[in-house]
Design a protein around this ligand. Sequence first.
Ligand code: SF4
Length: 79
Amino acid sequence: MRLLVDLNRCQGYAQCAFLAPDVFTMHGDEALLYTPHADPDQREKVERAVAACPVQAIVLDDRDDAAPAGAGDGGSGAR
Ligand code: SF4
């Protein structure tokens, strides 16, 4: 489960940190730290946090975290 917080929107209300403390943590008064790849066990809590965020800053990406089978993304920048 992936998630993204729009930190420009986030007002540091800490609802998310209260509802899903394993995923969201307040650092000081305003800075939010979060785990972008949350454990599936946390889904219910994260969904509550998404619903509770007063500014809808949290976006949950429901696609599976399946790694994009490294299609030779080549770093061919050798000089
Ligand atoms: S609930 Fe929303 S506004 Fe509050 S800290 Fe979390 S993301 Fe930011």
